[in-house]
Design a protein around this ligand. Structure first.
Ligand SMILES: Cc1ncc(COP(=O)(O)O)c(C=O)c1O
Length: 404
């Protein structure tokens, strides 16, 4: 057993973040205000979107983005198309937003929703598609957007794992109608816990600001009451209906980001390019060296028209390998290498979704990954020595299994 561990994720807390957090604590200004606003502005700018709306988690980001559909004609129970393989939150979000998830199997070469299967499941009740860019690998956005346009569907990108990912020169997250990111601690930009939705649609951004705060009527981009504890002229502009801060015009959620979280995130944004570069270097280095293991293990490829966002390194145990995924994972854990499964088929391998009535065999590719997939960290504190340790461990494990 190795003393040192290679953890899946890492967190960078900068001096600037500490200073901002202290400032919040000293002023007693904790709930969302100027730092959340600044974080939103800078995040939107980085992704190349007009607006960004910060929330409490990536799951909330997915949920709220989908809940916007209620304002543009969707009915509760309408359908949202989503990949069978993703982190479970993508499927949960569809249900939390009041819709029925329609799962589609993946393309095993990309780990993402198979675009050729999408049109077959579109019905009169389909309202949206939420592709995930799993492990930072861009989904087939050209085809997805073309299908969405043809059938008048909204596209919400689950970009939780896709910081730094590009598709035909464009940033992932800025291609669909909305892009939802997670700011959870293992992700490339973190606020500890958190999420953020980007969009070019100012109406959607207003709805999102209302949704994160219980569905209230007021939804200014910069709330004067929260930022300067100032008086808001608009609060009683609604005539007899009363204070717009306490009028609720849609079914909302309570998932605002607070100032302490935004302060953490602002420090991270200062290092965004640096973090991204280090992680991408690690990912490419692992992908290159991994070619020697292709007899028993598969990983994804980077195509010329894309850049994979360096979230993590995924690999899959091939059929006929002389070991199981779980044996390999256990071995890696013993070697101090934090290893995770590559998620599961949400409809058939995640118990909470049983009530939808799918059965094992309905999503064979997603299920295969669910039983044979692994991912490990490529974060900015992983160095060449760690990478060498991973490969020597892998080599020793395989050698021992081959001669068993
Ligand atoms: C693809 C995907 N979607 C959604 C989420 C949910 O994000 P959070 O954990 O911030 O709720 C995650 C989390 O890791 C994720 O990987």
């Amino acid at each position: 057993m190795r003393e040192m561990r290679i953890p899946f994720g890492t967190i960078t807390i900068t001096d600037k973040s500490k200073k901002l957090i202290l400032d919040c604590l000293e002023k007693g200004r904790i709930s969302g205000g100027k730092y959340v606003h600044e974080f939103e502005e800078r995040f939107a700018d980085i992704i190349g979107a007009k607006e960004a709306v910060a929330v409490s988690s990536g799951t909330d980001a997915d949920t709220l983005a989908l809940a916007v559909l209620h304002d543009i004609g969707a009915q509760r129970g309408d359908e949202v198309i989503t990949p069978a393989l993703s982190f479970v939150a993508t499927g949960s979000a569809v249900l939390h937003a009041g819709f029925t998830p329609i799962f589609v199997d993946i393309d095993p070469e990309t780990l993402n929703i198979d675009p050729d299967r999408i049109e077959k499941v579109i019905t009169k009740r389909t309202r949206a598609i939420i592709p995930t860019h799993l492990m930072g690998k861009p989904a087939a956005m050209d085809q997805i957007i073309a299908i969405a346009k043809k059938h008048k569907l909204v596209v919400v990108e689950d970009a939780a794992e896709a910081y730094g990912a590009k598709y035909r020169g464009n940033n992932i997250g800025a291609l669909g109608d909305m892009g939802a990111f997670s700011l959870y601690v293992a992700h490339i930009i973190t606020t500890g816990e958190g999420g953020i939705i980007v969009t070019d649609n100012t109406q959607f951004a207003e709805i999102l600001r209302s949704l994160r705060a219980h569905g209230r009527v007021c939804k200014c981009k910069q709330c004067i009451s929260n930022i300067n504890s100032g008086f808001c002229e608009n609060r009683f502009s609604n005539g007899e209906k009363g204070d717009i801060r306490f009028l609720f015009e849609r079914i909302g959620y309570s998932c605002k980001m607070n100032e302490l979280e935004a302060a953490l995130g602002l420090g991270n944004l200062d290092l965004y390019d640096e973090i991204l570069e280090k992680r991408y270097h690690n990912l490419r280095s692992i992908m290159e060296k991994f070619k020697d293991f292709s007899t028993y293990l598969w990983t994804f490829k980077e195509e010329s028209y894309e850049r994979i966002g360096p979230h993590a390194f995924p690999f899959v145990v091939k059929k006929g390998a002389p070991f199981t995924r779980d044996e390999l994972m256990l071995y890696l854990e013993h070697q101090g290498i934090d290893a995770r499964t590559l998620f599961s088929s949400i409809p058939t391998q995640c118990g909470g979704f049983e009530f939808l009535g799918h059965k094992i065999g309905d999503f064979p590719y997603a299920e295969y990954i669910g039983r044979h997939g692994i991912h490990i960290g490529v974060h900015h504190d992983v160095n060449e020595k760690d990478i060498d340790w991973f490969f020597s461990s892998l080599r020793n494990f395989i050698k021992a299994r081959e001669y068993r």
